[in-house]
Design a protein around this ligand. Sequence first.
Ligand SMILES: Cc1cc2nc3c(=O)[nH]c(=O)nc-3n(C[C@H](O)[C@H](O)[C@H](O)COP(=O)(O)OP(=O)(O)OC[C@H]3O[C@@H](n4cnc5c(N)ncnc54)[C@H](O)[C@@H]3O)c2cc1C
Length: 273
Amino acid sequence: MAAEAPWRFFDLHVVRAERLSPHMARVTFGADDLGGFVSGGRDQRIKLFFPHPGQEETVVPRSPEDWFGEWRALDPDVRGIMRTYTVRAQRAGEVDIDFALHGDVGPASRWAGAARPGHTVVALGPTLADNGGVEFEPPAGTGSFVIAGDETALPAIGAILDWLPAGGRARVWIEVPEPADRQDLRSAADTEITWVEPGTLIDTIRAADLPADAYCWIAGEAGAVRGLRRHLVNERGYDRSAVEFMGYWRRGAGEEQLLAESLAGQNPHTGED
Ligand SMILES: Cc1cc2nc3c(=O)[nH]c(=O)nc-3n(C[C@H](O)[C@H](O)[C@H](O)COP(=O)(O)OP(=O)(O)OC[C@H]3O[C@@H](n4cnc5c(N)ncnc54)[C@H](O)[C@@H]3O)c2cc1C
């Protein structure tokens, strides 16, 4: 029997849209077949496809064999606008995605800021918990965590803290645009959360005492993530394998450019070969 594919398309509709803070919107989605959507939790990533202004429906080829090739072959002005997001939470029949709002320059940010019940997007989402879209994978028995990111990583950090078991210890640094964007994050683990101002993430961590045996996870703006990873590996001496790092966006480059660089064999985090 063929193995079940770990991803497929879901037609999502907005059930609720709420403004969590000045720069964060939570959109709760439903779908007829959401029972088949199986998040792996933690920093589970998914692809969302947004309609262009004026389109009634998002255009996404559904062929399971080569949806990506078919999507790329379509006119960029017509095909759904593809972006990457994190599953903040899943309940029976509902999935929450938290969108950092950075103004109208980004189609996804613009869409989220105006989302209303009944609006639709298409998701490429997981159908199995073990789907290859989760990066926070500490070795069994890890008890100490260093977690850092900006507002785009805040949904993943919230979901990671939801997942950490009692007995774990997490030192967490989160950079948000303004103090009103801080959230009340819960965890069974023993957590110490430090909220930092824009542009101060690396310097704040540089000045902190860190547990030497920690598993580290960092995500956010690519340049900041690169600098922080360098600090943890080169200056603090963490083993490379103990530092998970992901550029979630890059200043001055939309996701189309990052995708084009990645297809051209460049590092999408730096734009270099
Ligand atoms: C694995 C993964 C998980 C992610 N999870 C989330 C998530 O759960 N929530 C979330 O909000 N984001 C998340 N992101 C980041 C999100 O995909 C990007 O911010 C994306 O660029 C937003 O698309 P856009 O259409 O709004 O902007 P784009 O069209 O991609 O970019 C337009 C311009 O806006 C800039 N820009 C993009 N994001 C920001 C920002 N946050 N602040 C300031 N300027 C920005 C770009 O540099 C560019 O100049 C994730 C990214 C990855 C790779």
